[in-house]
Ligand binder design. Structure first.
Ligand code: UGA
Ligand code: MN
Length: 360
C-alpha cells in the first residue's frame, strides 16, 4: 500500500499546485475564482482543514516508511492497483544477459580481393561473399579494382551484408604484368595507412574457400601457411602446393612445377595469412628494417608469393603450420576462367516472361 500511495502522490500534488485553493501564484486564474465561489462555512472549513492535515501527515509517515517495505508487498498488491513491474520484468532480458557473458573477443579478418569485370565475375564474387557472410565478425572485405570502381562490383557488394571497402588502384602504369599485384598493394597501402589490426588474407575472387579456412586463420599469431589444392597446368590432375608439417612446424614444401623449384617458399597466394601489424609496426615483430612490405611486379610469374613472404618472415621457424599437422585442405585454386564468354549486357527478362505467358 505504501508504495502505491508514493507512486500516485506526485501526480496529485502537481494538480494541487497548478490550480489549488492555497496556491498564491494562481490566485487570479479561473480555477481559483471557481474555488472562491464555493468556500464552505467557517466551522466546516476548519474541520475540512484538520482532516487535510491529518491525511497529509499520514501520507508523509507512510512515505518515510516506504523504503523499508519489502518488494514482495508491492507484488501482492498488484491485483487491485495499477500494473507494477515484477522483478522478472525489471531484470534485463535473460537472452541478452547470457549473450553478454558469452562474448568472445575475436581477431579481425582482413580479406583482400582483387577483381575485374568479366563473364563470371558476378558468380565468383557471389560465391565468395556467401562464405564470408557466414564467418563470425569482425571481418572486413577489401575489394580492389583497377582505374575505377565499376557499378557491377559496387552493386554486388552493396547487397551482401558484409562489412567491405571498395578501393581503386590508380597506378597508371603502361607496362603492368600482373594487375592483381598492384591491386593487392593498394589494399596494403590502405591497411598500413589506417593501421587496420587483424589477419590479412589474399582471397582471389575465383578460388574456392571453406568456412573452416576463415575460422582457422583467426588463430595465427605472426604468419600462418597451409597446403592448397591446385589443378595442374595440364588440368588433368590435382596437386598440392604448400607446407609439409609436423604439428605446428613447417618442415618442408610440396612443389610441382620444375620452373618454380628455385623459389625459397612454395606457397600459393591463397595459402598464407599474416598479422597486419607487421605492415605498420615492424618493431613489434623485431624486424631489422622498416621498409615497405609490398608485392612485386618485376619478378617472373610464380615468384610473387615467395618474394612477398620473404619480406614477412626470415625462415620457417617464424611460420605457423595451420591447422596442426596441415591435416586438411581448406581451399582450392582452380584455373577455370571462361575466356570465350562475353560480359552479359543485361537481363532478357521480357523475353523469358513471354515464354510462360498463357497463349490466347
Ligand atoms: C596467378 C598466380 O597463380 C598467382 O600467384 C598470382 O597472384 C595471380 O596469377 C595474379 O595475377 O595475381 P591466377 O589464378 O592465374 O593466379 O590469376 P587470376 O585468377 O586470373 O587473377 C588473380 C586475381 O586477380 C583474381 O582475383 C582476379 O580477379 C584478379 N585480377 C586478375 C584482376 O583484378 N585484374 C586482372 O586484370 C587480372
Ligand atoms: Mn585464379
Amino acid at each position: 500500500m505504501a508504495s502505491i500511495r508514493r507512486t500516485l502522490s506526485p501526480y496529485q500534488d502537481r494538480s494541487h499546485h497548478n490550480g489549488g485553493v492555497n496556491s498564491p501564484s494562481h490566485k487570479h486564474n479561473s480555477t481559483t475564482r471557481f474555488a472562491e465561489k464555493h468556500i464552505p462555512p467557517r466551522k466546516g472549513y476548519r474541520t475540512w482543514r484538520r482532516s487535510c492535515m491529518l491525511f497529509f501527515l499520514l501520507g508523509f509517515l507512510l512515505g518515510l516508511l516506504a523504503p523499508f517495505v519489502e518488494f514482495e508487498d508491492v507484488r501482492r498488491s498488484r491485483d487491485f492497483s495499477f500494473e507494477v513491474p515484477t522483478l522478472e520484468d525489471i531484470v534485463v532480458d535473460k537472452s541478452v544477459k547470457e549473450e553478454r557473458f558469452d562474448y568472445v573477443a575475436r581477431k579481425q579478418l582482413i580479406v583482400v580481393t582483387p577483381t575485374y569485370n568479366r563473364p563470371l565475375q558476378a558468380f565468383y564474387l557471389n560465391r565468395l561473399a556467401q562464405v564470408l557472410r557466414l564467418v563470425p565478425p569482425p571481418l572486413v572485405w577489401i575489394v580492389v579494382e583497377m582505374n575505377s570502381a565499376s557499378t557491377e562490383t559496387a552493386d554486388i557488394l552493396r547487397g551482401m551484408g558484409i562489412m567491405y571497402r571498395h578501393l581503386v588502384c590508380t597506378n597508371n602504369l603502361t607496362d603492368i604484368k600482373d594487375r592483381g599485384v598492384h591491386q593487392r598493394n593498394t589494399a596494403l597501402d590502405h591497411i598500413q595507412h589506417h593501421k587496420l589490426d587483424g589477419i590479412v588474407y589474399f582471397a582471389d575472387d575465383d578460388n574456392v574457400y571453406s568456412l573452416q579456412l576463415f575460422e582457422t586463420i583467426r588463430q595465427i599469431s605472426r604468419f600462418g601457411t597451409w597446403p592448397v589444392a591446385m589443378l595442374a597446368q595440364s588440368k588433368n590432375k590435382a596437386t598440392l602446393e604448400g607446407p609439409v608439417c609436423n604439428g605446428s612446424q613447417v618442415i618442408g614444401w610440396h612443389t610441382n612445377e620444375k620452373s618454380k623449384r628455385l623459389r625459397r617458399f612454395h606457397v600459393d597466394m591463397s595459402g598464407f595469412a599474416f598479422n597486419s601489424t607487421i605492415l605498420w609496426d615492424p618493431k613489434r615483430w623485431k624486424k631489422p628494417t622498416s621498409a615497405l612490405i609490398r608485392q612485386l611486379d618485376t619478378i617472373k610469374e610464380g615468384f610473387q608469393e615467395t618474394t612477398f613472404i620473404e619480406q614477412l618472415v626470415e625462415d620457417e621457424s617464424q611460420m605457423e603450420a595451420t591447422p596442426l599437422g596441415c591435416s586438411k585442405i581448406m581451399n582450392w585454386h582452380l584455373h577455370l576462367e571462361a575466356h570465350e564468354l562475353g560480359f552479359p549486357k543485361g537481363w532478357l527478362l521480357q523475353k523469358n516472361l513471354d515464354a510462360v505467358l498463357p497463349i490466347k
